[in-house]
Design a protein around this ligand. Structure first.
Ligand code: UD2
Ligand code: MN
Length: 420
């Protein structure tokens, strides 16, 4: 069986090597076989997360919202206007990334904040109460630009909000999805929010008519999560969507992916029902696509009705060398829906190192463990063959993993046999 597969793989790679993934039935069958083979080699529970250094007593497990009762407003005020008169429209965003304003300067410009980076409009009842969750490590200049830009916008929009910066402790590869889950768990412990805005630190709204509002009830009396950053200057303001083709975990027609990275907004119910982000994506890429698939799987559509008002500037940065592309991202994505119920909010484990309510934001520094050795072995192999910029199609990634994993396994059992 394996010999036959190897032959088929070689045959297709040599003769049919597709430029792009296509729904060609024989190829689809082949990919399904390779995928099943890979899946049988991975232990779902230990695939990507190594918690061996942790004792149970100091880790926070899962997600337990402590949802206090909503505050009762004893002197109810009128709702704040939907489009407050203070809004300015188009905003200047072409800042010099190297010279953000200092913390004190930002604090002075935002006098009405309370500790934790919180605000509530005094003159009217805010329509929404938001937690802004920012995944973060080692991007201080971007963080200062972000804070100086977003605070005034949210205040002009007359929203009640708090900003949580979830700072990954040094050591492991960056894991944006897991940081988002931690942010959600910690914010919802502290307070009750109408919705959670999962926000990259490097995105600045170009117009304050782009409203950071929570998901609204849709026609079916059900609300849908929102994708705010559909239009980003770095991507030429094009609304990106693409076919996952052979890497899709769902039938071909249903697999048209929509970009869901950048800024996404969920209510508490929505986020819990999709089981949050996957915790398994270490390094750059595809955790946002995984979230899209989870969301799609639960029957939601992505609300992009605000597309005309919302566009974003991405503060310039190179592809992070500290956050290398994940070689496993396509394989994880292909199997994303198999993991949805066991990998996410309900399997979240982290160690809280620091929680400080500063004036401009709540800092949450967190140890989120590290990826398993297998991830590093694969990365090293990939670096040897492709260099760090591993950019290949899903099909190539599956075949590559299929060819390399047996070698890894063999080396390991040889090591074991020789007592290493
Ligand atoms: C795209 C997505 C992003 C994410 C990423 C793949 C958009 C607009 N952006 O961004 O949401 O899905 O692809 O992982 O679709 N970060 C740090 N320190 C680091 C690395 C990352 O703080 O060392 C945080 C920071 O908030 C940053 C975010 O993670 O904005 C995403 O990383 P990126 O900006 O390097 O990735 P990019 O621009 O390719
Ligand atoms: Mn970015």
């Amino acid at each position: 069986m394996l010999g036959l597969l190897t032959f088929q793989v070689t045959y297709y790679v040599v003769f049919f090597k597709p430029k792009e993934d296509t729904p060609y039935p024989a190829l689809q069958r082949l990919v399904t076989n390779v995928d099943a083979f890979l899946w049988s080699r991975f232990d779902i529970s230990t695939l990507t997360e190594d918690l061996s250094d942790w004792t149970d007593s100091d880790a926070v497990s899962g997600f337990e919202p402590v949802s206090p009762l909503p505050e009762v407003d004893i002197s109810p005020k009128d709702f704040c206007p939907l489009l407050p008169p203070e809004l300015q429209g188009e905003l200047f965003v072409q800042f010099d990334p190297e010279f953000p304003p200092a913390y004190d300067v930002i604090a002075k410009a935002n006098k009405h904040l309370s500790f934790g980076g919180r605000y509530k409009p005094p003159q009217c009842s805010p329509r929404y109460k938001l937690a802004i969750i920012v995944p973060y490590r080692d991007r201080e200049k971007q963080l200062f630009w972000f804070l100086s830009h977003i605070h005034p916008i949210l205040q002009r929009q007359m929203l009640e909000y708090a900003i949580y910066v979830v700072n990954q402790a040094p050591g492991a590869l960056f894991n944006r999805g897991k940081l988002m889950n931690v942010g959600f768990a910690e914010a919802s412990k502290r307070d009750r929010y109408d919705c959670y805005v999962f926000h990259d630190v490097d995105l600045l709204a170009e117009n304050d008519m782009c409203l950071y509002h929570c998901p609204e009830f849709a026609e079916e009396a059900r609300s849908n999560p929102k994708h705010l950053s559909v239009s980003v200057d770095k991507f030429k303001y094009e609304a990106l969507h693409y076919e996952l083709g052979l890497c899709s975990p769902v039938p071909y027609q249903a697999s048209e992916m929509q970009v869901f990275g950048g800024v996404a907004i969920f209510t508490e119910d929505q986020f819990i029902s999709v089981n949050g982000f996957s915790n398994s994506y270490w390094g750059w890429g595809a955790e946002d696509d995984d979230l899209f698939l989870r969301t799609w799987r639960k029957g939601y559509k992505i609300d992009r009705s605000h597309m005309n008002e919302c566009s974003f500037h991405m503060l310039p940065h190179d592809q992070e060398t500290k956050n290398p592309k994940s070689p496993m991202r396509y394989v994880l994505l292909k199997q994303s829906l198999l993991r949805q119920n066991t990998d996410g909010l309900n399997s979240l484990k982290y160690r809280l190192l620091n929680k400080t309510e500063g004036l401009l934001y709540t800092n949450i520094t967190v140890d989120i463990a590290k990826p398993s050795d297998k991830v590093f072995e694969l990365m090293d192999l990939m670096k040897e063959e492709f260099g760090t910029e591993s950019q290949f199609s899903c099909f190539e990634a599956l075949v590559w993993m299929y060819n390399r994993l047996p070698t890894l396994e063999a080396t390991k059992s040889k090591d074991k046999a020789s007592g290493l």
